[in-house]
Design a binder for this molecule. Structure first.
Ligand code: FAD
Ligand code: N01
Length: 543
């Protein structure tokens, strides 16, 4: 293991450590594990009252992954992977939280994690080449390195609807669901939002509530998960071949083996052949539905063939033709927003106690003391659920006052959109690392694959600095500009830019419209990161 020079400083004062890690989700925990193993003193500061990140906060009914359990898990420890048994094909939030807690105990991480502590400020002290960290408890910590493991989807949007706050009944947000759950039995419930969070919540609570009114602005493409108990043969096969399978994930497009991307072109296939491929993938379920042909993500005419297929599936499931038509997306290409993966979502609209309100036809005017008023009518509720999404990728970072060289604020530097080199660092902010930052594949991928790759890169980089008696690493402005241009160039060749998605910041009023994640694939991206290191940290200045 590489030696770390600054580790001795930690012994001098408890507020002087080598590395501050912000966030105790999958990224923060693995970062802590890696740094500690290298002899680098590190501590996590976590705003929540427990570990788990996404899976701690998003406890809404039905929350679960969109990637098969054995793929959405850490790969860094053979023993962990062999010992842990997933119970369902797509793990639920409680099982994921159990897994994360198991990891924290197994690797003895808890004593270096401080909960209920929000980092409010991170300021680079140029005279000492250290980060000064301030928390909402008034603590000041000095660290050589600061790792932002703050999450791409951790800054929930506040309802920006007139009258929000005036409602006298119960109000819930999927992104900060009560720990003890909610009893909706017999209640009149309204839910705003039909993204993945909304879809999972709606599907799960529909049988329990008195009535459920769904307020939909933009319909979403959703494909079946075919969830169920994990097939023992699949689990055994994974364990027997894990080295090969994990390597395939790392070299793949989005870090998912089960994607099984087709290489042929949809527009070169006959309609009958296309239907056969789409039906076969629909029966398999999950993201592979959108990966049957190589041109689906780049050619609108090809994409339309799949969108029509999925639209027809929705029409065949939902019995009321008017409701079905409202649920069929028509304004953006399929998979240009993260595809939803459901367990009986569209079937829910065949229930007598569920109704759908089209907010394009009849927008919400206000939240009232008794419910929700649209331009058509007043709806009265006992409870309102907001499933309205996140200020994604930049939100958690923007909420911290991060100041680099010359006092430059990161949020000012990013006023026209995030600017990074590889999504790992930003020029003017030495020794400040981001895990799955904007400009990296992150949210377009199996996040576990991307998190592990970033954490390993950062840990190796810190080890390199220690080994070579170096103090700082910083992205050069030239490398950063070239990388941002490269990300935009690739994004412009895809259909991603044709949707008003959170990938582009389109869901947050006033946010610059910039495609934030790197769409070139996790395998290609990993090669680029490795090449940068092999070329003596090309594009970075080291001192
Ligand atoms: P997070 O889990 O978001 O953890 C970040 C932590 O940082 C949070 O606990 C937060 O409280 C803390 N934090 C933030 N700011 C501060 C601060 N200033 N001070 C202190 N603490 C702070 N990805 C997939 O690949 N597949 C999926 O199926 C999938 N499902 C998802 C479902 C939901 C409901 C959501 C919201 C996201 C999902 N994601 C999924 C993305 C998911 O966020 C990642 O997979 C992964 O869990 C992110 O881990 P992380 O550690 O990077 O961030
Ligand atoms: O958020 P979203 P999410 N009035 O932004 C609507 C991951 N995830 O939390 O599209 C009315 O997708 C908004 O409407 P519109 C996954 O990566 C995964 O659901 O802006 N409606 C939309 O319908 C996902 O992509 C899982 O027109 C308003 C919804 O709210 C990401 O997290 C589960 C509104 C928000 O959808 C985010 O998903 C959950 C308003 N004022 C999350 N404001 C898995 O299954 C917003 N909306 C793995």
């Amino acid at each position: 293991m590489p030696k770390s020079r600054p580790v001795e400083e930690a012994a001098k004062a408890p507020d002087m450590i080598d590395a501050v890690i912000v966030g105790a989700g999958f990224a923060g925990l693995y970062m802590l594990h890696r740094l500690r193993a290298m002899g680098v003193s590190a501590r996590i500061y976590e705003a929540g009252s427990d570990i788990g990140g996404t899976w701690f906060w998003n406890r809404y009914p039905g929350a679960r992954v969109d990637i098969e359990s054995q793929e959405y898990s850490y790969s860094f420890s053979d023993e962990l992977e062999f010992d842990w048994q997933w119970t369902e094909r797509y793990a639920s939030q409680p099982e994921l939280l159990k897994y994360i807690n198991h990891v924290a105990d197994r690797f003895d991480l808890r004593h270096d994690i401080q909960l209920d502590t929000r980092v409010t400020e991170a300021v680079y002290d140029e005279t000492r080449d250290r980060w000064r960290i301030l928390t909402d408890r008034g603590e000041r910590i000095s660290a050589r390195y600061c790792v932002m493991a703050t999450g791409c989807l951790s800054a929930a949007k506040e309802p920006d609807i007139p009258g929000a706050g005036s409602f006298k009944g119960e109000t819930y947000s999927t992104a900060s669901w009560p720990r003890d759950g909610v009893d909706f039995s017999g209640k009149r419930v309204g839910i705003i939002g039909t993204g993945s969070s909304g879809i999972q919540t709606i599907t799960t609570i529909a049988p329990e509530v008195g009535t459920l009114t769904v307020f939909q602005r933009t319909p979403n493409f959703s494909v079946p998960a075919h969830n169920g108990p994990i097939d023992p043969a699949v689990a055994a096969d994974w364990k027997a071949n894990r080295d090969t399978y994990r390597q395939e994930e790392r070299e793949s497009g989005i870090g998912i083996r089960a994607l099984d991307p087709g290489e042929a072109l949809a527009l070169e296939a006959s309609p009958e052949e296309r239907r056969r491929v789409y039906e076969e993938r629909w029966a398999r379920g999950g993201f592979c539905v959108a990966a049957g042909y190589a041109d689906l993500g780049v050619d609108k005419a090809a994409n339309d063939t799949l969108a029509e297929f999925v639209g027809d599936k929705i029409r065949s499931i939902v019995k009321d033709p008017e409701t079905a038509e409202m649920l069929v997306p028509k304004t953006y290409p399929i998979a240009s927003k993260r595809l939803c993966v459901d367990t009986g979502y569209f079937e829910v609209y065949n229930r007598d106690n569920v109704s759908l309100v089209d907010l394009i036809a009849t927008p919400i005017e206000a939240i009232t003391p008794t419910g929700i008023r649209t331009t058509a009518q007043d709806h009265e509720f006992d409870a309102i659920i907001y499933a309205i999404g996140f200020d994604a990728m930049t939100g958690a970072l923007d909420r911290i006052d991060i100041r680099g060289r010359g006092g430059e604020r990161l949020r000012d530097k990013w006023a026209a959109g995030p600017v990074t080199y590889l999504g790992l660092m930003a020029s003017g902010f030495p020794n400040l690392f981001m895990v799955t930052g904007p400009g990296s594949p992150s949210v377009l991928s199996n996040m576990m694959v991307s998190i592990e790759q970033h954490v390993d890169w950062i840990a190796d980089c810190i080890g390199h600095l220690g080994d070579h008696q170096l103090t700082t690493i910083e992205a050069t402005p030239e490398a950063e500009q070239a990388w941002v241009a490269h990300v935009n160039e690739i994004a412009d060749q895809t259909l991603y830019v044709q949707a008003n998605s959170w990938y582009l910041g389109a869901n947050v009023p006033g946010k610059p419209r910039v495609f934030m994640p790197y769409p070139g694939g996790v395998g290609v991206y990993r090669e680029k990161c490795d090449e940068v290191v092999a070329n003596a940290y090309e594009g970075f200045a080291l001192t």
